[in-house]
Design a protein around this ligand. Structure first.
Ligand SMILES: *Cc1c(COP(=O)(O)O)cnc(C)c1O
Length: 224
C-alpha cells in the first residue's frame, strides 16, 4: 500500500512541476513519529531520502535501518547541545539558523565522512514563535558555512506560516525563491530550495522548490 501511495505522490509532484514548467523536485519522506517498519516499507518501494524532526527519535530508527543505504535529513529545530550527535547521525541538516550551530556541526562532523550538507532555515513569515534566521542574516551565515571545513552549503529551507489563503502562501514561497536566487549569485554551487509539505507542495513547486518535504500524504496521519 505504501508503494502505491509513493508512486501516486511522485506522480502528483511531476504533474505540479509540469504545470509550472519546472523540473520535478526531490521528494523527502517525512517520517517523524512513524515506526521503522513503515520507513523500511517505503525504502523497499524505492524511496531513499527521509526527514526526521527529533534527534533522539531519529537515532533509534537510523540505527535500526542502517545498511539500507538511506539518506537522513534533520528538519526539526536543533539544540546546540545535540549538534555533536546530529553531526554524526545525519547526511543533511536543514535547520541551520545561527552561527553557534555552524561551528559545532563542523567540529563534530567526523573527518572521515563526507561533508555534512547544510541548508539555512529562514523565518520567512517573521513569526515570533518560529525558528529560522531573518532573511538579512543569510549572507553572513552562508559565508560561515562555506568557510567551515566539514560543511557543504546546499541552499535554503523554510516552513511558511500555515496560511489558509493560497495567495498568501504563494507570496512566502515567492520571497524564498528571490532569496535563493540572490544567494546563488554569491554561491553558484547551491542547488536546493526545500519548501512545500503535503498541503501546499503545488504552490511551492510553482515557485521553484527543488525539494518538498511530505509526511501525511505519504504515510497517512501520524500516530499520536
Ligand atoms: C512534519 C513536517 C513536514 C511534513 O508535513 P506533512 O504536512 O505531514 O506533509 C515537513 N516539514 C517539516 C519541517 C515538518 O516538521
Amino acid at each position: 500500500m505504501l508503494a502505491d501511495t509513493l508512486s501516486e505522490t511522485l506522480q502528483h509532484l511531476e504533474n505540479a512541476a509540469k504545470d509550472a514548467h519546472r523540473p520535478a523536485p526531490a521528494l523527502l519522506a517525512v517520517s517523524k513519529l512513524q515506526p521503522a517498519a513503515s520507513i523500511a516499507a517505503l525504502a523497499r518501494a524505492g524511496q531513499r531520502a527521509f526527514g526526521e524532526n527529533y534527534v533522539q527519535e531519529a537515532q533509534g530508527k537510523i540505527g535500526e535501518l542502517a545498511g539500507m543505504g538511506l539518506e537522513w535529513h534533520l528538519i526539526g529545530h536543533l539544540q546546540s547541545n545535540k549538534a555533536d550527535i546530529a553531526a554524526r547521525l545525519f547526511d543533511w541538516v536543514q535547520t541551520v539558523d545561527r552561527h553557534k550551530l555552524i561551528g559545532a556541526l563542523s567540529r563534530y562532523r567526523p573527518a572521515d565522512r563526507a561533508a555534512l550538507n547544510v541548508l539555512i532555515q529562514v523565518n520567512i513569515d517573521d513569526e515570533a514563535s518560529k525558528h529560522g534566521c531573518d532573511p538579512d542574516e543569510i549572507p553572513a551565515l552562508a559565508e560561515a558555512i562555506v568557510a567551515a571545513p566539514q560543511l557543504r552549503l546546499r541552499g535554503l529551507m523554510a516552513i511558511p506560516a500555515p496560511h489558509p489563503d493560497p495567495a498568501a502562501r504563494s507570496a512566502a514561497f515567492g520571497r524564498m525563491k528571490t532569496l535563493q536566487d540572490a544567494l546563488a549569485e554569491q554561491h553558484p554551487g547551491i542547488d536546493t530550495l526545500s519548501m512545500g509539505m503535503s498541503g501546499d507542495f503545488a504552490e511551492a513547486i510553482a515557485h521553484g522548490a527543488t525539494m518538498v518535504r511530505i509526511g501525511t500524504a505519504l504515510f497517512g496521519a501520524r500516530p499520536a
